[in-house]
Write a protein that binds this ligand. Structure first.
Ligand code: NAD
Length: 496
């Protein structure tokens, strides 16, 4: 398949796609011409050479977004006018669904089933939801005698959006869609591991009528490189970041110098609790999906599996048996359940935790070694891995592995389950399987997590707050929470 990732002509003499920045209406190389490679994690094939953004590139992108905000039509349009354009972009995403899904799968190793049926459809949904939300959201007005007060929600200005590699376009548009719908302009920096779909999306958006400069895309790395200005330039009004908790701290530090508000969605080490009264025909497959779906490279993964001791042996047997049956292989094959991990460095990290787990006294029930048979030797393949025999104070149980590694812990009582669950620096999500709904409500009320799923997993209603406690997050996005963040709410009071 030919990869079309920027303007149609951008391939080098060998036919390799070139991914450039989009700044204003121009596809630009890095200011110093430097590039880095994007490779397929399935077989190492070179997919594209990508502009390695410099500080100057970051500044140029902010110039472009600033001009589009200060002088352009976008913030002045009515919500309905902006919504019409965002709906056109969503329609164009639907038309290019197959192509975007193939790009996502080759760039990041996500299974084609997931890309085609979940992630790219969600991209279009993100756009439509926020396009409509701006007009449909309830507004406040407070008549009080001869005073009438109400609230305006003008856009905040220029938004830096910094996204990770594990759900590239879905998470990028989770930021871009509300930012644009509320009238802001955006500079997006996708993760360097997965640059392709952001560019294709930006091209599609321009063609669908998004005015130039409203969405700018720069590629490259964090810190001193292109992402520096995105977090430290005083002309940036909001920073929305999804990534690791360690990077989040650096971004918060950079943003503090200018008092720039940051919304940060970060790592997780979520508990998945199974009580003896759970319907195991539901709990086993959902728990498998909660850790091995997306290869465990999902912030919301249920990576600490707490099973009530009375059913622990039975549950682990069933869980491990089903884990062994999961198909790990070429993500382009629709029968594959788990593709490769994103890159060698990440595979090394995941495996180092499996070794650590053994040093900490853990027992590997299944998995635990890289897959090196001929079909998978060229990629970063790791099997579903289940570890028992550890306690919640082990590093394996406390630190985010971000791979297909499940740590199984036991508990006796509800109180003990809650204590173990909440004894974590993270607080992103929680999953609970029980048929006792009194218990479910009790536990949800005391769970340290931004989201709790009961007898289900991964359902998302975009009106709900999304984010985390502890080192998992700062602030919430979704529905009215996105409005709070991407606007400058203004109180107006008049005497009538
Ligand atoms: P990462 O923190 O390494 O990188 C995320 C993004 O930040 C990338 O675009 C990267 O280039 C950029 N970056 C790195 N250093 C920077 C700096 N100093 N300044 C500005 N930008 C910088 O994370 P990752 O490895 O790409 O993603 C995996 C992590 O993301 C995991 O911890 C996962 O849990 C988390 N995540 C969280 C959510 C959520 O919604 N809470 C969703 C997905 C992923």
């Amino acid at each position: 398949m030919t990869l079309s990732v920027t303007d149609q002509d951008s391939t080098d003499q060998n036919g390799t796609a070139e991914v450039r920045h989009l700044i204003g209406n121009e596809w630009r190389t890095a200011s110093d011409g430097a590039t880095f490679e994007s490779r397929d994690p399935h077989d190492g094939a070179l997919l594209a050479r990508v502009a390695r953004g410099t500080v100057d590139d970051g500044v140029a992108a902010i110039d472009s977004a600033r001009t589009a905000f200060d002088d352009g039509p976008w913030p002045q349009m009515s919500p309905k006018e902006r919504a019409a354009i965002l709906h056109a972009v969503a329609d164009a995403v639907d038309e290019h669904r197959e192509e975007l899904a193939q790009l996502e799968t080759r760039d990041g190793g996500k299974t084609i089933t997931q890309s085609l049926h979940a992630e790219i459809p969600r991209v279009a949904h993100n756009l439509r939801f926020f396009a409509d939300y701006v007009s449909m959201a309830a507004n406040e007005a407070y008549p009080d005698g001869d005073l009438l007060s109400y609230v305006l929600y003008p856009p905040a200005g220029v938004v830096s959006a910094i996204s990770p590699w594990n759900a590239p376009l879905m998470l990028a548009t989770w930021k871009i869609a509300p930012a644009l719908a509320f009238g802001n302009t955006v500079v997006l920096k996708p993760a360097p591991q997965t640059p392709l779909t952001a560019n294709r999306f930006a091209q599609i958006a321009l063609e669908a009528g998004l005015p130039p400069g409203v969405l700018n895309v720069v590629h490259g790395f964090g810190g001193e490189a292109v992402a520096g200005p995105l977090t430290s330039d005083p002309r940036v009004d909001r920073i929305t970041f999804t990534g690791s908790s360690a990077t989040g701290v650096k971004i918060l530090q950079a943003a503090a110098a200018n008092h720039t508000p940051v919304s940060a969605e970060m790592g997780g080490k979520s508990a998945n609790i199974v009580f003896a009264d759970a319907d195991l025909d539901v709990a086993v497959p959902m728990s498998l999906r909660a850790i091995f779906g997306g290869n465990g490279q999902v912030c919301l993964s249920g990576s600490r599996l707490l099973v009530q001791n009375s059913i622990r042996e039975e549950f682990i047997d069933r869980f491990a048996e089903e884990a062994r049956k999961l198909v790990v292989g070429d993500p382009k094959d629709p029968t594959t359940f788990m593709g490769p991990l994103i890159e060698q460095r990440h595979l090394d990290k995941v495996h180092s935790y499996v070794e650590l787990a053994q040093d900490e006294g853990g027992k590997i029930i299944t998995g635990g070694e890289r897959l090196t048979d001929p079909d998978r030797a060229g990629g970063f393949y790791y099997p579903p891995t289940v570890i028992t025999g550890l306690t919640n104070d082990s590093r394996t149980a406390r630190e985010e592995i971000f791979g297909p590694v499940e740590t199984v812990l036991g508990f006796d009582t509800e109180e003990e389950a809650l204590r173990i669950t909440n004894d974590s620096p993270y607080g992103l999500a929680g999953i609970l399987f029980t048929q006792n709904l009194d218990r479910a409500h009790r536990m949800a009320a005391r769970w340290k997590a931004g989201t709790v799923w009961i007898n289900t997993f991964f359902e998302r209603d975009l009106r709900l707050p999304f984010g985390g406690e502890g080192i998992s997050g700062l602030g919430r996005e979704g529905g009215q929470y996105s409005r709070e963040f991407f606007t400058e709410p203004r109180a107006v009071t008049l005497r009538i």
